[in-house]
Design a protein around this ligand. Structure first.
Ligand code: PLP
Length: 399
């Protein structure tokens, strides 16, 4: 049967403590034991179903983790206080001093800064490569390499990683393939394609209401247990734990993700086609002109579409800023970083979310000054949105 990730969420069944249709929220930082022996066993990791302390795990976090694991098709998952709070412990858990990472060079600016500026302090070095060129990835692997790291659809350039090709390389050299799937939840299922660990910033599409930051690591039971280990687990010891109240609210939003993703994708595809036809340099994985369009088609779960992220290059930073300010003034969206909201969000990544990347490197990877990254919202009347956006472009001389 065809893999349908949202169906797995649909099939989950949890009741609250008093028969509530939502699970009860565990509003406690610590848990009591009827016997001292059980407390000891729990510390040792040998008391299934018992809770110890909320930095380790909580019932609310486990419910959300299980739902996300079901969506990604992994054995289990650990939710974290932010996307970076998921990415950093995973990499620190997988790498020791002296190890090496091969990473896509087009990744979220915070992840780039962590690998470029922070992990070298721990003697973990990273080679940044063009992830779309498997030969370049393979050529960067050394006997110290432990991890291949990429985003399924990269922030902000929307490059698409060949997860199956990368997984083959990872297996060949005994590496872990870690994939950040933040831009393409439901649309792509990296585990199905051979990835070892999948990460999300829940802050974005999955939560979808721009009211919190959050993250998740989806993987094998063994790896998640390692992350949570009281003696040497990076999630447990670095402390990027999600709060239970938040876990409960993210779980409620997760239930509508499949409906939202279809609408984000339909709106994204509509606008991308229109603006490309108007002669604006448009990047969207759903356009035949995208260099990895066929690859994305091969990897995707068709019903969720090509996602809600697109970029338009309007020629210069001045024009980009002028357009974004005017679009906000006309209530077509917000000039804001982040993504996955009901409103369209837009920003110029070179001076915002990717500003950690030095200018020469931005140029080399094709991150131009006039690039605007759009997270297309859930607009019901996308035809009207298009007409109004186009009018803004005409008024400031882009069209
Ligand atoms: N991964 C991607 C692709 C992102 O876009 C972001 C944030 O913008 C992150 C990770 C980091 O997530 P958070 O801001 O929740 O820490």
């Amino acid at each position: 049967m065809k893999f349908k990730p949202a169906n797995k969420i649909q099939d989950l069944q949890y009741f609250g403590e008093f028969g509530g249709v939502n699970p009860s929220i565990s509003d406690s930082s610590t848990y009591t034991f009827l016997s001292a022996k059980t407390m000891f066993d729990t510390f040792e990791g040998n008391a299934d179903g018992c809770y110890l302390y909320s930095r380790h795990s909580t019932p609310s976090n486990l419910y959300l983790g299980e739902a996300l694991a079901a969506m990604e098709g992994t054995e289990t998952a650990n939710v974290t206080a932010s996307g970076m709070g998921a990415i950093t412990p995973v990499l620190l858990q997988l790498c020791d001093a002296g190890d090496h990472i091969v990473s896509s060079r087009t990744i979220y600016g915070g992840t780039y800064a962590f690998l470029k500026n922070f992990t070298p302090k721990l003697s973990i070095q990273t080679s940044f490569v063009d992830i779309t060129k498997l030969a370049a990835v393979e050529a960067s692997i050394t006997d110290k390499t432990k991890v291949i790291y990429c985003e399924t659809v990269s922030n902000p350039l929307l490059e698409v990683a060949d997860i199956q090709g990368l997984a083959t390389l990872a297996k060949k050299y005994n590496l872990k393939l870690v994939v950040d799937n933040t831009f393409s939840p439901l649309s792509v299922s990296p585990i199905k394609l051979g990835a070892d660990v999948v990460i999300h910033s829940l802050t974005k599409f999955i939560n979808g209401s721009s009211d919190t930051v959050g993250g998740v690591v989806c993987g094998t039971q063994e790896f998640i247990d390692e992350l949570r280990n009281v003696n040497d687990g990076a999630c447990m010891l670095l402390g990027s734990t999600m709060d239970s109240l938040r876990a409960a609210s993210v779980l409620k939003n997760l239930r509508t993700l499949h409906i939202r993703m279809k609408q984000h994708s339909a709106n994204g595809a509509y606008l991308a086609k229109k603006f490309e036809d108007d002669g604006i340099k448009t990047v969207y994985p759903g356009l035949a002109s995208h260099p990895s369009h066929e690859l994305f088609k091969k990897m995707m779960n068709v019903e969720y579409g090509f996602g809600g992220m697109l970029t338009l290059d309007v020629g210069s930073l001045e024009k980009a800023n002028e357009l974004m300010e005017l679009m906000q003034h006309r209530n077509l969206g917000y000039l804001a970083v982040s993504l996955g909201f009901y409103k369209t969000l837009f920003s110029a990544p070179g001076t915002s979310t990717s500003s950690e990347i030095p200018e020469e490197e931005q140029e080399e990877m094709g991150l131009t000054d006039g690039l605007i990254r759009f997270s297309i919202g859930l607009d019901n009347d996308i035809e009207r949105t298009y007409e109004e956006m186009k009018q803004c472009m005409v008024e400031i001389g882009i069209l």
